[in-house]
Design a protein around this ligand. Structure first.
Ligand code: BTN
Length: 233
């Protein structure tokens, strides 16, 4: 299985660790049983108790690589594929732009990308055994619908799926990643609100670089490159 995983008992944040050790080899992952200062997107924290998956790796950008923005979708696709092996058939597992994973409409997993020069740290958090209770949005854990795998078991599968998709992205560009993402995401036409601006409209697919296209009621298209969106239940 491609990709190797180094496991440790506890750290502040596996993303912070790899940013501090940025020459960490591509293909190797760092997984912590628990994090004491887990980081989420948009400056949020990430609750990281024992029993959940917290793991990060580094992508070393090469001059011939497709634009790095595509890594956000790629990480979501790799994680969704890995998780789909552990959820019951037909379970409503869905990607939400750019790379949140929702189960029954509640947040199951998230991805944090942090760039340092020509290297990108990719961190994944999955609520396997526990879900934090958050005031601003619903969360869930895999344990709520099925016996979850041990974090180290899921980590091995994630490492494998990620390295397969990374090689494909380098070989074939963003196209196959985009298609795989769209096949696992909210359908075109889903009602969407951009959290930061409050802009609302219908999901109109992805721009070439993976940005979200939002069709407003007046027919104009907004292209959203950063931030968070809410989808209709
Ligand atoms: C999100 O807000 O949706 C992204 C959450 C990413 C959490 C993971 S856990 C492993 C890695 N280390 C961190 O501190 N954050 C990421």
């Amino acid at each position: 299985m491609a990709g190797s995983v180094v496991s440790i008992a506890e750290t502040g944040s596996t993303n912070a660790d790899l940013l501090a050790d940025i020459d960490w080899p591509e293909g190797r992952w760092l997984r912590a049983d628990r994090q004491t200062a887990g980081r989420g997107r948009l400056g949020r924290g990430w609750s990281s108790p024992m029993g959940n998956l917290h793991a990060s790796t580094v992508v070393a950008l090469n001059p011939g690589d497709p634009p790095a923005a595509g890594l956000a979708l790629l990480a979501g696709v790799a994680l969704a594929e890995a998780l789909s092996l552990f959820v019951p058939a037909g379970a409503p597992l869905m990607l939400k732009w750019p790379n949140d994973l929702l189960l029954n409409g509640a947040k199951l997993a998230g991805v944090l990308l942090e760039r340092s020069g020509e290297r990108v740290v990719v961190g994944l958090g999955v609520n396997l055994a526990h879900a934090p209770i958050l005031p601003e949005r619903p969360t869930t854990s895999l344990a709520e619908i099925a016996p979850p795998p041990a974090p180290e078991v899921l980590a091995d599968v994630v490492a494998d799926r990620f390295s397969t998709w990374l090689a494909r992205w380098r070989r074939e560009g963003i196209g196959p990643v985009r298609s795989a993402w769209l096949s696992r995401a909210h359908p075109i036409g889903t009602a969407i609100t951009v959290s930061e601006s409050g802009d609302t409209g219908l999901f109109d697919g992805l721009a070439e670089d993976g940005a979200l296209r939002l069709r407003r009621a007046n027919g104009s298209i907004a292209v959203v490159r950063a931030g968070d969106v809410r989808v209709a239940a």
